[in-house]
Design a protein around this ligand. Structure first.
Ligand code: TMP
Length: 211
């Protein structure tokens, strides 16, 4: 960049949905789509995204713990992620594509596990008082279909994936509740459609945000 040239802040896009909704492969497509358009894209995930965050991810996914410990560790990892990765990238003008963010804590910890919503709001307010994603793509799928997809993958499951279908249904409903409260930011995508249809929908949605 030449001196005096102003580079605008990048966009922050998150991918959300219950386990098995298929967001991760579409996220990879979206990153490729943006890169093809000449954007500098940083692809990251939560929990994780930093060396400390990845260690916390390991614990969160495999170690039993109290619900509030779980919520605190998720937001601790998020603080680190924001400070070291997300904010600097947005400041540079890069686009940040993140696999899950605080909507997941609302859905899983409050919706799924019953964390007091006031405590969730306090953590969110503490850790990122002035930041929300510019766009969130929420992959919505009935939990029974998502459960069948996970079983079909025939691999070792983490603590969240092993939860019963009614847990995932509560997570799903909390996601939809959050989307209804922020319709400008959260775009609900019916994940029970052909991958090409979903890919096109995502590209169109992202392209509208790029202009
Ligand atoms: P992933 O499998 O999509 O990478 O996500 C890992 C798991 O972590 C997923 O089952 C959801 C869970 N999770 C929460 O419970 N709360 C959160 O805030 C985040 C970011 C993830």
């Amino acid at each position: 960049m030449s001196p005096g040239e102003y580079k605008s802040r990048g966009k922050f896009i998150t991918f959300e949905g219950i386990d098995g909704a298929g967001k991760s492969s579409h996220m990879a497509d979206a990153v490729a789509f943006l890169a093809d358009q000449g954007r500098t894209v940083l692809s990251t995930r939560e929990p994780g995204g930093t060396p400390l965050g990845e260690k916390l991810r390991e614990l969160l996914l495999h170690q039993a713990m109290h619900l509030e410990t779980e919520a605190l560790l998720l937001f601790a990892a998020r603080r680190e992620h924001l400070e070291r990765v997300i904010e600097p990238a947005l400041e540079r003008g890069d686009w940040v594509i993140c696999d899950r963010f605080s909507d997941a804590s609302y859905a899983y910890q409050s919706g799924g596990r019953g964390l007091d919503r006031v405590k969730f709001a306090q953590l969110e307010q503490w850790v990122h008082p002035h930041l929300q994603p510019d766009l969130t793509l929420l992959f919505d799928l009935p939990s029974a279909i998502a459960a069948r997809r996970i079983v079909a993958q025939a691999r070792d499951l983490d603590r969240f994936e092993r939860e019963r279908t009614d847990f995932h249904e509560r997570v799903r409903q909390a996601y939809l509740e959050r989307a209804a409260a922020a319709p400008q930011r959260i775009r609900v995508i019916d994940a029970d459609q052909a991958p090409e249809v979903i890919r096109k929908l995502i590209q169109d949605t992202i392209a509208r945000h790029a202009s």
